[in-house]
Design a protein around this ligand. Structure first.
Ligand code: GLU
Length: 421
Protein backbone atom coordinates (compact mmCIF):
# COMPACT_ATOMS: atom_id res chain seq x y z
CA UNK A 1 0.00 0.00 0.00
CA UNK A 2 1.30 3.43 -0.90
CA UNK A 3 1.42 6.15 1.70
CA UNK A 4 -1.80 8.04 2.11
CA UNK A 5 -2.20 10.65 -0.62
CA UNK A 6 -5.95 10.59 -0.31
CA UNK A 7 -6.11 14.32 0.26
CA UNK A 8 -4.61 14.89 -3.16
CA UNK A 9 -5.56 11.65 -4.89
CA UNK A 10 -7.59 13.73 -7.29
CA UNK A 11 -5.03 16.42 -8.01
CA UNK A 12 -3.99 15.76 -11.63
CA UNK A 13 -0.54 17.35 -11.26
CA UNK A 14 0.13 15.19 -8.21
CA UNK A 15 -0.91 12.13 -10.25
CA UNK A 16 1.33 13.21 -13.11
CA UNK A 17 4.22 13.60 -10.67
CA UNK A 18 3.73 10.15 -9.12
CA UNK A 19 3.76 8.44 -12.52
CA UNK A 20 6.70 10.54 -13.65
CA UNK A 21 8.71 9.68 -10.54
CA UNK A 22 7.96 5.98 -10.84
CA UNK A 23 9.16 5.91 -14.46
CA UNK A 24 12.19 8.11 -13.75
CA UNK A 25 13.17 5.81 -10.84
CA UNK A 26 12.89 2.72 -13.01
CA UNK A 27 14.97 4.37 -15.73
CA UNK A 28 17.46 5.53 -13.08
CA UNK A 29 17.41 9.02 -14.63
CA UNK A 30 19.94 11.36 -13.09
CA UNK A 31 18.52 14.05 -10.87
CA UNK A 32 19.40 16.98 -13.16
CA UNK A 33 17.70 15.46 -16.19
CA UNK A 34 14.75 14.60 -13.99
CA UNK A 35 14.31 18.26 -13.08
CA UNK A 36 14.51 19.32 -16.73
CA UNK A 37 11.94 16.74 -17.82
CA UNK A 38 9.52 17.39 -15.01
CA UNK A 39 9.44 21.19 -14.88
CA UNK A 40 7.08 22.94 -17.30
CA UNK A 41 9.06 25.14 -19.70
CA UNK A 42 6.60 28.02 -19.69
CA UNK A 43 3.38 28.85 -17.84
CA UNK A 44 1.32 31.84 -18.78
CA UNK A 45 -1.68 33.09 -16.82
CA UNK A 46 -3.75 35.77 -18.51
CA UNK A 47 -6.71 37.96 -17.63
CA UNK A 48 -9.44 37.96 -20.25
CA UNK A 49 -11.75 40.97 -19.88
CA UNK A 50 -14.92 40.51 -21.91
CA UNK A 51 -18.07 42.58 -22.37
CA UNK A 52 -21.00 40.20 -21.79
CA UNK A 53 -24.24 40.35 -23.76
CA UNK A 54 -25.97 42.28 -20.96
CA UNK A 55 -23.29 44.98 -21.05
CA UNK A 56 -21.46 43.92 -17.87
CA UNK A 57 -17.71 43.38 -17.98
CA UNK A 58 -16.38 40.06 -16.72
CA UNK A 59 -12.74 39.09 -16.33
CA UNK A 60 -12.00 35.43 -17.04
CA UNK A 61 -8.72 33.69 -16.27
CA UNK A 62 -6.86 31.71 -18.92
CA UNK A 63 -3.75 29.55 -18.90
CA UNK A 64 -1.35 28.19 -21.47
CA UNK A 65 1.30 25.82 -20.22
CA UNK A 66 4.13 24.54 -22.39
CA UNK A 67 5.47 21.55 -20.56
CA UNK A 68 8.19 20.61 -23.03
CA UNK A 69 9.49 21.79 -26.38
CA UNK A 70 12.42 19.37 -26.44
CA UNK A 71 11.17 17.28 -29.37
CA UNK A 72 9.36 20.03 -31.28
CA UNK A 73 6.70 22.71 -30.85
CA UNK A 74 4.39 22.35 -27.84
CA UNK A 75 1.15 20.62 -28.85
CA UNK A 76 -2.11 20.23 -27.04
CA UNK A 77 -5.69 21.32 -26.63
CA UNK A 78 -7.49 24.14 -24.89
CA UNK A 79 -10.35 23.38 -22.51
CA UNK A 80 -13.12 25.61 -21.27
CA UNK A 81 -14.66 24.67 -17.92
CA UNK A 82 -15.66 26.36 -14.67
CA UNK A 83 -13.34 24.17 -12.60
CA UNK A 84 -10.14 24.46 -14.68
CA UNK A 85 -7.05 24.90 -12.48
CA UNK A 86 -3.43 25.61 -13.25
CA UNK A 87 -2.47 22.24 -11.75
CA UNK A 88 -4.88 20.50 -14.10
CA UNK A 89 -3.55 22.35 -17.16
CA UNK A 90 0.00 21.62 -16.05
CA UNK A 91 -0.74 17.90 -15.74
CA UNK A 92 -2.53 17.81 -19.06
CA UNK A 93 0.42 19.61 -20.70
CA UNK A 94 2.87 17.05 -19.33
CA UNK A 95 0.64 14.19 -20.49
CA UNK A 96 0.77 15.72 -23.99
CA UNK A 97 4.59 15.59 -23.85
CA UNK A 98 4.53 11.90 -22.97
CA UNK A 99 1.69 11.14 -25.39
CA UNK A 100 3.46 12.73 -28.37
CA UNK A 101 6.62 10.85 -27.44
CA UNK A 102 4.81 7.48 -27.11
CA UNK A 103 3.45 7.76 -30.65
CA UNK A 104 6.69 9.38 -31.80
CA UNK A 105 5.35 12.69 -33.12
CA UNK A 106 7.85 15.55 -33.50
CA UNK A 107 6.19 17.60 -30.77
CA UNK A 108 6.54 18.59 -27.17
CA UNK A 109 3.50 19.02 -24.95
CA UNK A 110 1.26 21.93 -24.02
CA UNK A 111 -2.24 22.64 -22.81
CA UNK A 112 -4.51 25.61 -22.32
CA UNK A 113 -7.56 26.31 -20.25
CA UNK A 114 -10.02 29.08 -19.59
CA UNK A 115 -12.11 29.20 -16.43
CA UNK A 116 -15.59 29.76 -17.81
CA UNK A 117 -18.88 27.92 -18.16
CA UNK A 118 -19.68 27.49 -21.85
CA UNK A 119 -23.14 26.14 -20.96
CA UNK A 120 -24.31 29.53 -19.77
CA UNK A 121 -22.52 31.63 -22.39
CA UNK A 122 -23.82 32.80 -25.75
CA UNK A 123 -21.95 32.09 -28.95
CA UNK A 124 -20.83 35.70 -29.23
CA UNK A 125 -19.54 35.70 -25.63
CA UNK A 126 -17.58 32.54 -26.38
CA UNK A 127 -16.15 34.16 -29.49
CA UNK A 128 -15.08 37.25 -27.51
CA UNK A 129 -13.44 35.10 -24.81
CA UNK A 130 -11.66 33.02 -27.45
CA UNK A 131 -10.35 35.98 -29.42
CA UNK A 132 -9.20 37.89 -26.34
CA UNK A 133 -7.55 34.77 -24.91
CA UNK A 134 -5.81 34.21 -28.26
CA UNK A 135 -4.49 37.76 -28.35
CA UNK A 136 -3.24 37.36 -24.76
CA UNK A 137 -1.23 34.22 -25.58
CA UNK A 138 -0.31 35.22 -29.12
CA UNK A 139 3.40 35.71 -28.41
CA UNK A 140 3.88 32.12 -27.32
CA UNK A 141 1.80 30.26 -29.92
CA UNK A 142 2.57 29.67 -33.60
CA UNK A 143 3.12 26.81 -36.06
CA UNK A 144 6.73 26.40 -34.92
CA UNK A 145 6.15 27.28 -31.26
CA UNK A 146 2.97 25.91 -29.81
CA UNK A 147 -0.04 24.55 -31.70
CA UNK A 148 -3.36 24.45 -29.79
CA UNK A 149 -6.27 22.13 -30.61
CA UNK A 150 -9.74 21.35 -29.27
CA UNK A 151 -10.27 19.73 -25.88
CA UNK A 152 -13.19 19.66 -23.47
CA UNK A 153 -15.90 22.19 -24.48
CA UNK A 154 -13.94 23.59 -27.42
CA UNK A 155 -14.40 22.53 -31.03
CA UNK A 156 -13.66 23.38 -34.65
CA UNK A 157 -15.53 26.66 -34.40
CA UNK A 158 -13.27 27.70 -31.49
CA UNK A 159 -10.24 26.75 -33.59
CA UNK A 160 -11.49 28.84 -36.52
CA UNK A 161 -11.70 31.90 -34.23
CA UNK A 162 -8.19 31.29 -32.90
CA UNK A 163 -6.82 30.84 -36.41
CA UNK A 164 -8.53 34.02 -37.57
CA UNK A 165 -7.39 36.11 -34.59
CA UNK A 166 -3.81 34.92 -34.93
CA UNK A 167 -3.87 35.53 -38.71
CA UNK A 168 -5.27 39.05 -38.30
CA UNK A 169 -2.44 39.96 -35.91
CA UNK A 170 0.21 38.39 -38.15
CA UNK A 171 -1.27 39.92 -41.28
CA UNK A 172 -1.26 36.57 -43.06
CA UNK A 173 -3.49 33.54 -42.99
CA UNK A 174 -1.71 30.99 -40.84
CA UNK A 175 -3.72 27.79 -40.83
CA UNK A 176 -1.03 25.69 -39.12
CA UNK A 177 -1.30 27.66 -35.85
CA UNK A 178 -4.07 25.36 -34.62
CA UNK A 179 -5.40 21.92 -35.50
CA UNK A 180 -8.90 20.54 -35.30
CA UNK A 181 -10.11 23.28 -37.66
CA UNK A 182 -13.11 23.03 -39.97
CA UNK A 183 -12.37 21.04 -43.13
CA UNK A 184 -12.64 24.02 -45.46
CA UNK A 185 -10.26 26.11 -43.35
CA UNK A 186 -7.27 23.79 -43.49
CA UNK A 187 -8.71 21.04 -41.31
CA UNK A 188 -7.96 17.39 -41.93
CA UNK A 189 -10.31 14.68 -43.00
CA UNK A 190 -10.78 12.19 -40.20
CA UNK A 191 -9.81 14.60 -37.39
CA UNK A 192 -13.19 14.68 -35.58
CA UNK A 193 -13.27 10.86 -35.40
CA UNK A 194 -9.54 10.43 -34.76
CA UNK A 195 -9.46 9.97 -30.98
CA UNK A 196 -12.34 7.49 -31.04
CA UNK A 197 -10.84 5.69 -34.01
CA UNK A 198 -7.50 5.44 -32.24
CA UNK A 199 -9.29 3.89 -29.22
CA UNK A 200 -10.85 1.35 -31.59
CA UNK A 201 -7.48 0.37 -33.07
CA UNK A 202 -5.77 -0.19 -29.72
CA UNK A 203 -8.81 -1.97 -28.29
CA UNK A 204 -8.75 -4.41 -31.21
CA UNK A 205 -5.05 -5.06 -30.56
CA UNK A 206 -5.72 -5.67 -26.86
CA UNK A 207 -8.62 -8.03 -27.65
CA UNK A 208 -6.21 -10.09 -29.75
CA UNK A 209 -4.02 -10.66 -26.71
CA UNK A 210 -7.09 -12.13 -24.93
CA UNK A 211 -8.09 -14.12 -28.06
CA UNK A 212 -11.48 -12.40 -27.99
CA UNK A 213 -12.92 -11.86 -31.50
CA UNK A 214 -14.26 -8.26 -31.80
CA UNK A 215 -17.78 -9.50 -32.51
CA UNK A 216 -17.78 -11.33 -29.17
CA UNK A 217 -16.50 -8.35 -27.18
CA UNK A 218 -18.75 -6.48 -24.75
CA UNK A 219 -17.84 -2.84 -24.20
CA UNK A 220 -18.97 -0.22 -21.67
CA UNK A 221 -18.27 3.41 -22.59
CA UNK A 222 -18.36 6.32 -20.17
CA UNK A 223 -18.94 9.55 -22.09
CA UNK A 224 -20.88 10.05 -25.30
CA UNK A 225 -19.19 13.16 -26.65
CA UNK A 226 -16.46 13.53 -29.24
CA UNK A 227 -14.35 10.65 -27.93
CA UNK A 228 -16.89 8.24 -26.40
CA UNK A 229 -19.58 8.85 -29.02
CA UNK A 230 -17.19 8.35 -31.93
CA UNK A 231 -15.61 5.28 -30.35
CA UNK A 232 -19.09 3.81 -29.76
CA UNK A 233 -20.18 4.50 -33.32
CA UNK A 234 -17.00 3.05 -34.88
CA UNK A 235 -17.01 0.01 -32.60
CA UNK A 236 -20.67 -0.74 -33.32
CA UNK A 237 -19.93 -0.50 -37.06
CA UNK A 238 -17.31 -3.22 -36.63
CA UNK A 239 -19.80 -5.49 -34.88
CA UNK A 240 -18.42 -4.90 -31.39
CA UNK A 241 -21.23 -4.94 -28.82
CA UNK A 242 -21.44 -1.65 -26.93
CA UNK A 243 -23.61 -2.82 -24.04
CA UNK A 244 -23.74 0.39 -21.99
CA UNK A 245 -23.16 4.11 -22.35
CA UNK A 246 -22.71 6.24 -19.25
CA UNK A 247 -23.22 9.98 -19.02
CA UNK A 248 -23.46 12.39 -16.06
CA UNK A 249 -27.21 11.89 -15.67
CA UNK A 250 -27.13 8.08 -15.78
CA UNK A 251 -26.58 5.13 -18.10
CA UNK A 252 -28.37 3.09 -20.71
CA UNK A 253 -27.84 -0.65 -21.07
CA UNK A 254 -28.65 -3.42 -23.53
CA UNK A 255 -26.77 -6.69 -23.25
CA UNK A 256 -27.24 -7.46 -26.95
CA UNK A 257 -25.48 -4.23 -27.87
CA UNK A 258 -26.98 -0.77 -28.18
CA UNK A 259 -27.97 0.66 -31.55
CA UNK A 260 -25.57 3.60 -31.34
CA UNK A 261 -26.95 5.56 -34.31
CA UNK A 262 -30.47 5.32 -32.84
CA UNK A 263 -29.15 6.32 -29.40
CA UNK A 264 -27.46 9.38 -30.92
CA UNK A 265 -30.77 10.39 -32.54
CA UNK A 266 -32.56 9.81 -29.22
CA UNK A 267 -30.05 12.02 -27.38
CA UNK A 268 -30.35 14.73 -30.00
CA UNK A 269 -34.14 14.69 -29.74
CA UNK A 270 -34.48 14.47 -25.95
CA UNK A 271 -31.22 15.94 -24.65
CA UNK A 272 -30.35 12.73 -22.78
CA UNK A 273 -29.41 9.10 -23.39
CA UNK A 274 -31.91 8.00 -20.71
CA UNK A 275 -35.29 6.41 -21.49
CA UNK A 276 -34.05 4.98 -24.76
CA UNK A 277 -36.65 2.55 -26.13
CA UNK A 278 -34.14 -0.20 -26.90
CA UNK A 279 -32.29 -0.05 -23.58
CA UNK A 280 -32.69 -0.08 -19.80
CA UNK A 281 -31.78 2.85 -17.58
CA UNK A 282 -29.07 2.19 -15.00
CA UNK A 283 -27.30 4.49 -12.59
CA UNK A 284 -23.84 5.60 -13.65
CA UNK A 285 -22.29 3.51 -10.85
CA UNK A 286 -24.20 0.35 -11.80
CA UNK A 287 -23.00 0.62 -15.39
CA UNK A 288 -19.40 1.43 -14.47
CA UNK A 289 -19.14 -1.83 -12.54
CA UNK A 290 -20.82 -4.05 -15.17
CA UNK A 291 -19.06 -7.24 -16.14
CA UNK A 292 -17.54 -6.51 -19.56
CA UNK A 293 -14.49 -7.14 -21.73
CA UNK A 294 -13.62 -3.49 -22.28
CA UNK A 295 -14.31 -0.44 -20.17
CA UNK A 296 -13.65 2.80 -22.03
CA UNK A 297 -13.75 5.91 -19.82
CA UNK A 298 -13.97 8.82 -22.25
CA UNK A 299 -15.03 11.76 -20.14
CA UNK A 300 -13.26 13.45 -17.22
CA UNK A 301 -10.33 12.73 -14.95
CA UNK A 302 -10.36 10.59 -11.79
CA UNK A 303 -13.26 8.24 -12.55
CA UNK A 304 -11.27 5.20 -11.48
CA UNK A 305 -9.96 5.80 -8.01
CA UNK A 306 -9.05 3.85 -4.88
CA UNK A 307 -12.76 3.70 -4.18
CA UNK A 308 -14.05 2.57 -7.58
CA UNK A 309 -11.11 0.47 -8.88
CA UNK A 310 -11.87 -2.55 -6.65
CA UNK A 311 -15.35 -2.77 -8.19
CA UNK A 312 -14.36 -2.51 -11.85
CA UNK A 313 -15.22 -5.67 -13.77
CA UNK A 314 -13.42 -5.42 -17.09
CA UNK A 315 -10.54 -7.31 -18.69
CA UNK A 316 -9.30 -4.30 -20.67
CA UNK A 317 -9.37 -0.68 -19.56
CA UNK A 318 -8.97 1.60 -22.57
CA UNK A 319 -8.39 5.15 -21.30
CA UNK A 320 -10.04 7.40 -23.87
CA UNK A 321 -10.03 10.37 -21.48
CA UNK A 322 -6.91 12.05 -20.12
CA UNK A 323 -6.16 10.94 -16.58
CA UNK A 324 -9.30 8.84 -15.90
CA UNK A 325 -7.40 6.70 -13.39
CA UNK A 326 -5.76 8.09 -10.26
CA UNK A 327 -2.20 6.98 -9.50
CA UNK A 328 -3.42 5.30 -6.32
CA UNK A 329 -5.75 3.09 -8.35
CA UNK A 330 -2.91 1.76 -10.54
CA UNK A 331 -1.78 -0.96 -8.16
CA UNK A 332 -5.38 -2.04 -7.51
CA UNK A 333 -5.96 -2.56 -11.22
CA UNK A 334 -2.62 -4.33 -11.53
CA UNK A 335 -3.46 -6.71 -8.67
CA UNK A 336 -6.82 -7.42 -10.24
CA UNK A 337 -5.14 -8.28 -13.54
CA UNK A 338 -6.80 -5.54 -15.60
CA UNK A 339 -5.01 -4.93 -18.91
CA UNK A 340 -4.69 -1.13 -19.03
CA UNK A 341 -4.22 0.75 -22.29
CA UNK A 342 -2.94 3.97 -20.70
CA UNK A 343 -4.34 7.34 -21.77
CA UNK A 344 -1.07 8.54 -23.26
CA UNK A 345 -1.37 5.70 -25.75
CA UNK A 346 -5.11 5.02 -25.95
CA UNK A 347 -6.25 8.55 -26.79
CA UNK A 348 -3.25 9.55 -28.92
CA UNK A 349 -5.27 9.17 -32.13
CA UNK A 350 -6.47 12.77 -31.78
CA UNK A 351 -3.08 14.38 -31.63
CA UNK A 352 -1.80 12.01 -34.31
CA UNK A 353 -4.33 13.29 -36.83
CA UNK A 354 -3.62 16.81 -35.53
CA UNK A 355 -0.07 16.16 -36.60
CA UNK A 356 -1.32 15.05 -40.03
CA UNK A 357 -3.38 18.25 -40.22
CA UNK A 358 -0.35 20.41 -39.38
CA UNK A 359 1.74 18.57 -42.01
CA UNK A 360 -1.00 19.05 -44.63
CA UNK A 361 -1.37 22.76 -43.80
CA UNK A 362 2.34 23.35 -44.10
CA UNK A 363 2.52 21.43 -47.38
CA UNK A 364 -0.69 22.92 -48.73
CA UNK A 365 -1.57 19.45 -49.96
CA UNK A 366 -4.50 17.56 -48.49
CA UNK A 367 -4.96 13.82 -48.11
CA UNK A 368 -8.05 11.73 -48.63
CA UNK A 369 -9.72 10.15 -45.61
CA UNK A 370 -8.53 6.67 -46.44
CA UNK A 371 -4.91 7.79 -46.28
CA UNK A 372 -5.47 9.61 -42.96
CA UNK A 373 -7.11 6.55 -41.40
CA UNK A 374 -4.54 4.14 -42.77
CA UNK A 375 -1.63 6.19 -41.41
CA UNK A 376 -3.43 6.59 -38.09
CA UNK A 377 -3.88 2.83 -37.85
CA UNK A 378 -0.19 2.24 -38.61
CA UNK A 379 0.91 4.61 -35.85
CA UNK A 380 -1.59 3.37 -33.24
CA UNK A 381 -0.90 -0.32 -33.86
CA UNK A 382 2.86 0.18 -33.96
CA UNK A 383 2.79 2.23 -30.75
CA UNK A 384 0.60 -0.36 -29.03
CA UNK A 385 3.13 -3.03 -29.98
CA UNK A 386 6.08 -0.85 -28.87
CA UNK A 387 4.49 -0.36 -25.45
CA UNK A 388 3.51 -4.04 -25.08
CA UNK A 389 6.98 -5.15 -26.07
CA UNK A 390 8.58 -2.67 -23.65
CA UNK A 391 6.30 -3.96 -20.88
CA UNK A 392 7.32 -7.54 -21.57
CA UNK A 393 11.03 -6.72 -21.87
CA UNK A 394 11.13 -4.73 -18.64
CA UNK A 395 8.51 -6.78 -16.77
CA UNK A 396 6.36 -3.75 -15.99
CA UNK A 397 2.71 -2.95 -16.63
CA UNK A 398 1.58 -1.05 -19.73
CA UNK A 399 1.33 2.32 -18.03
CA UNK A 400 4.82 2.08 -16.63
CA UNK A 401 6.05 0.93 -20.04
CA UNK A 402 4.41 3.84 -21.86
CA UNK A 403 5.84 6.37 -19.40
CA UNK A 404 9.30 4.83 -19.49
CA UNK A 405 9.33 4.75 -23.28
CA UNK A 406 8.18 8.37 -23.43
CA UNK A 407 10.58 9.66 -20.78
CA UNK A 408 13.42 7.86 -22.46
CA UNK A 409 12.65 9.46 -25.83
CA UNK A 410 12.33 12.97 -24.40
CA UNK A 411 15.44 12.50 -22.24
CA UNK A 412 17.36 11.45 -25.34
CA UNK A 413 16.29 14.65 -27.15
CA UNK A 414 17.29 16.80 -24.17
CA UNK A 415 20.68 15.09 -23.98
CA UNK A 416 21.29 15.50 -27.70
CA UNK A 417 20.40 19.20 -27.58
CA UNK A 418 22.42 19.82 -24.42
CA UNK A 419 21.80 22.53 -21.87
CA UNK A 420 22.20 25.98 -23.42
CA UNK A 421 23.98 28.44 -21.20
N1 GLU B 1 -7.03 17.52 -26.75
C1 GLU B 1 -6.57 16.34 -27.40
C2 GLU B 1 -5.70 15.52 -26.46
O1 GLU B 1 -5.80 15.65 -25.26
C3 GLU B 1 -5.90 16.62 -28.74
C4 GLU B 1 -4.67 17.47 -28.68
C5 GLU B 1 -4.15 17.88 -30.04
O2 GLU B 1 -4.67 17.43 -31.03
O3 GLU B 1 -3.21 18.67 -30.05
O4 GLU B 1 -4.95 14.67 -26.86
Amino acid sequence: MLTDHSSDEFNPWRNAEIRFNQAADRLALDSGLRKVLKTPTKELTVAIPVVLDDGRIEVFTGYRVQHSIARGPAKGGIRYAPDVTLDEVRALASWMTWKCAVVNLPYGGGKGGVICDPNIMSEIELERVTRRYTSAIIDIIGPEKDVPAPDMNTNERTMAWIMDTYSMHKRETTTAVVTGKPLNLGGSRGRPEATGRGCLFVTKEALKTFHIPPTKARVVIQGFGNVGGMAARLMAKEGIRVIAIIEVDGAVYNDNGLDIEALMKHKKATGSILDFAEGTNLTAAEALFLDCDVLLPAAKENVISQETAPKINCKILCEGANGPTTALADSILRDRGVFVIPDILANAGGVTVSYFEWVQDRQGYFWNEQLVNQRLEEIMVESFRDVSQYARDHKVDNRAAAYMLALDRVAFAVKLRGIYA
